[in-house]
Write a protein that binds this ligand. Structure first.
Ligand code: MLT
Length: 202
């Protein structure tokens, strides 16, 4: 596995002890999408932003789905392993601290899969509009990992009970989970960013 394996953008940290963020875009996005919000969430952080390798009608994603909300679980597992290897290789190459994933929608779902399958590559995760990526994830030890899930009460794509089930499964694996539900839909809002920045600083 080489680091060239994902098209990506990398921005080094501005200060020596700054955090690192792994930015994971939503369906139809790319490596440029979340770069502007990285500094809003963690000023000065190193930013690693890969592009999902799956194309759905020309739209990049991080794993295949059979229909909206119906995932190809074998592909989720395979793509999660690839992304984990890429993240670990980039971390070694650039001498980064354990990154905090910041994922939106499909990007949040693969970040959740990383927590279940390859928890050693992440320090924590911010999951905007996430849902359960795998019905029966292997038992992971997430103790010491902080996870922020921000859901939308009017999200037409993600049922509230599905986001709650994700929070429960991460909690039962030992993660320190905060789950916020905003009075909004699927799109990101200013409040999402404010909550994430405050959570990063805590
Ligand atoms: C997914 O496919 O990961 C979720 O349904 C969210 C989306 O990307 O639309």
């Amino acid at each position: 596995m080489t680091t060239a394996d994902f098209i990506h953008r990398f921005q080094p940290a501005e200060t020596r002890d700054a955090a690192a963020l792994l930015l994971l875009h939503g369906t139809g996005g790319d490596e440029n999408d979340l770069l502007p919000i990285g500094p809003m969430i963690a000023p000065g952080a190193a930013l690693l932003s890969p592009r999902g390798k799956v194309l759905e009608g020309g739209m990049p994603r991080f794993f295949r789905r059979l229909a909206e909300g119906v995932f190809d679980h074998a592909d989720v597992e395979r793509r999660t392993e690839e992304l984990a290897d890429f993240t670990a290789a980039m971390r070694a190459q650039h001498d980064l601290p354990l990154p905090v994933a910041v994922g939106f929608s499909n990007g949040a779902n693969i970040a959740a899969a990383l927590l279940h399958l390859r928890p050693e590559v992440l320090g924590g995760a911010i999951l905007f509009r996430a849902m359960v990526p795998l019905p029966y994830p292997p038992r992971a030890d997430l103790s010491g990992k902080r996870v922020l899930i921000v859901s939308g009460a009017m999200d037409p794509i993600i049922p509230a009970e599905n986001a709650a089930a994700l929070a429960d499964s991460l909690r039962s694996a030992g993660a320190d989970v905060r789950h916020e539900i905003l009075p909004t839909g699927h799109g990101l809002t200013r409040t999402d960013i404010d909550i994430a920045r405050e959570w990063m600083q805590a």
